[in-house]
Design a protein around this ligand. Structure first.
Ligand code: N01
Length: 547
């Protein structure tokens, strides 16, 4: 007997897109406040990025005690993390636990993609269409689609003729992959490629890593948490929560106060030696305050990591390729690893510089480089990242006032006041959208702040009977301009990266994140609200009638 589907309303207060960290919290918060919702996710279950990214070695780079929700003491006390950096299955279990605990699943429609959204200027509502052919009318459209959710891969000539297996790290088969006895190439050396390299190498007959850009990877130094550690974490929760709230990157780290240039070379080495042993993001972000703004300090990090790679990788030819840096440290998202460089000491692992000798195309049995070198392969793994930040938002085909599409509006780069509200698209909220600090911070923290702020807007509108909330063009322009000016004070614009919106050809090159950190962003958002939502126009139904 098939279970009948619940009848869902076609008119709701809010449509929420996504059932990862963002969508789950938005659903919980809005539902608790009595708003009606419809929640959609293309996946068949909750988890967002942690649902899709099941490649071997997928693990969080933020530490478990803060890479989680903070809004519920009960959840915090009931859930137990096993280690410093939980692996993908554990984070997915956590999100399932939260969904069950809060009874969220019943209100989420899985396996359903939003195909378009059109703002109706007469009724001040969004008409949202799904790939199931349904149209839902909602006062508010809230996206929780993540910044790394539309996978991207190269279109090599002849790839369709390749007879072996093709994988993308972000679309990994749920049943796993067995690479035993296979010749595998892995393309891409960002966080995903660096995490799966050691595990694929353990299985494959031979693994060839195709590297376009050398990464500055830092040891994660994962460890199991003991009961004593967990007890202490709970006991000292208030203290480290204070650190999290004061941290620009939303992590429980002390904020560094001095430049590397204030230390002698010996002092710098001592600082970096200690942080290298501690591992994780603390290496890049707790030693000195100017790694991203001062080329001299940055160079201290470049030289230090170069020396570490050369010390670790025994074959000088491999080490040379792994150190062919073309950008300052931390200007691309810094990866963390477990035995990445050590893996190149295995006889069955090689590394090829495809910046100097790019892939020319694929054949039935492998990949050929521009030089004519040919690699016979049984499997190709693309760890080539995503159409980041804007990709998934644009795929939803949103149309705002005056028939303007989001694609048109963002043709020179994404624009949204506070990173949450694109002008001309009233009642649309983009959780951790372009212009929030999201991509530069611990995501769950930014998500909670964004959702709380959005929920307050909805409450205010309900109280006052207002029906339309729209950023002004002036406020939005200043927000975007300030972000560009802040980025120009840093080394970020010196390299193409997904932070710069320039990791794929054809995307407008513009910095996409609020740079002054989470505490500053939180304060600005609070001020905007306290000031009667300065920078926004709030309209009431009488105006809708007049339209
Ligand atoms: O993707 P990436 P990712 N030919 O874009 C290369 C989060 N994340 O999936 O730098 C050849 O970082 C590309 O080279 P280049 C995290 O925020 C988190 O690794 O463009 N190579 C690069 O080396 C992360 O930043 C976690 O020259 C090509 C790689 O592929 C974000 O997701 C784990 C190419 C892509 O690196 C994305 O990470 C994993 C081409 N045509 C991911 N196109 C954790 O928290 C791209 N590349 C643990």
């Amino acid at each position: 007997m098939t279970q009948s589907q619940p009848v869902r309303p076609t008119q709701v207060d809010a449509v929420i897109v996504g059932a990862g960290f963002s969508g789950l919290y938005a659903l919980y918060k809005l539902r608790a406040q009595g708003f009606t919702t419809r929640v959609f996710d293309a996946a068949t279950d909750v988890g967002g990025t942690w649902y899709w990214n099941r490649y071997p070695g997928a693990r969080c780079d933020s530490e478990s005690h803060y890479y989680c929700y903070s809004f519920s003491e009960e959840i915090r006390k009931e859930w137990t993390w096993s280690c410093r950096y939980p692996a993908q299955p554990e984070i997915l279990s956590y999100l399932n636990f939260v969904a069950d605990k809060l009874d969220l699943r019943k209100d989420i429609e899985f396996g359903t993609r939003i195909t378009s959204g059109k703002y109706d200027e007469g009724s001040h509502t969004w008409l949202v269409e799904t790939d199931k052919g349904e149209t839902v009318q909602a006062r508010f459209l809230i996206t929780g689609v993540g910044n790394t959710s539309t996978p991207a891969k190269p279109t090599y000539p002849g790839l369709e003729n390749f007879q072996g297996e093709l994988y993308h790290t972000a679309l990994w088969p749920h049943e796993g992959v067995n690479f035993s006895g296979k010749r595998v190439s892995l393309i891409g050396t960002g966080s995903s490629g660096i995490q799966c390299t050691p595990l694929i190498a353990e299985q494959a007959e031979h693994l060839t890593v195709f590297q376009r850009t050398a990464s500055y990877s830092v040891p994660a130094r994962n460890f199991e948490l003991t009961d004593e550690m967990r007890r202490k974490q709970l006991e000292t929760y208030d203290d480290w929560r204070e650190l999290v709230l004061a941290s620009p990157i939303g992590m429980s780290f002390p904020v560094p106060t001095k430049s590397a240039m204030e230390d002698t070379p010996e002092q710098r080495k001592a600082v970096l030696d200690k942080l290298w042993e501690v591992g994780g993001f603390r290496f890049m972000f707790t030693g000195y305050n100017d790694v991203i703004t001062n080329p001299e300090t940055n160079n201290v990090f470049v030289e230090y990591i170069t020396a570490k790679i050369k010390e670790t990788v025994k074959d000088p030819a491999k080490a040379d390729v792994l150190c062919r840096f073309n950008h300052p440290a931390a200007t691309k998202r810094p990866p963390l690893d477990t035995n990445y460089y050590e893996t190149f000491n295995r006889d069955n692992v090689s590394v090829v510089d495809i910046r100097s000798d790019p892939v020319a195309g694929a054949t039935e049995d492998g990949l050929t480089l521009t030089s004519g070198d040919h690699y016979k392969l049984d499997a190709i793994v693309f760890a080539t990242g995503f159409d980041t930040v804007t990709g998934t938002l644009l795929k939803m085909n949103l149309t705002g006032k005056g028939g303007q599409t989001l694609a048109d509006k963002w043709q020179d780069g994404p624009r949204a006041y506070l990173g949450l509200c694109p002008q001309g698209f009233p009642n649309l909220f983009t959780i951790t959208g372009p212009g929030t600090p999201g991509t530069l911070t611990n995501f769950p923290g930014c998500i909670e702040q964004n959702v709380d702020w959005i929920a307050d807007v909805l409450q205010t509108m309900r109280k006052t009977g207002a029906t339309e909330f729209e950023a002004t063009a002036e406020a939005e322009s200043k927000w975007v301009q300030d972000i560009i000016e802040a980025a120009d004070q840093t080394l970020y614009p010196t390299v193409d990266s997904w932070y710069m919106n320039s990791n794929l050809p054809g995307k407008p090159r513009v910095f996409t994140a609020y740079l002054n950190g989470m505490p500053s962003y939180t304060a600005v958002c609070a001020e905007v609200a306290a000031d009667g939502y300065k920078g926004f126009e709030i309209r009431n139904p009488a105006m809708a009638d007049a339209n």
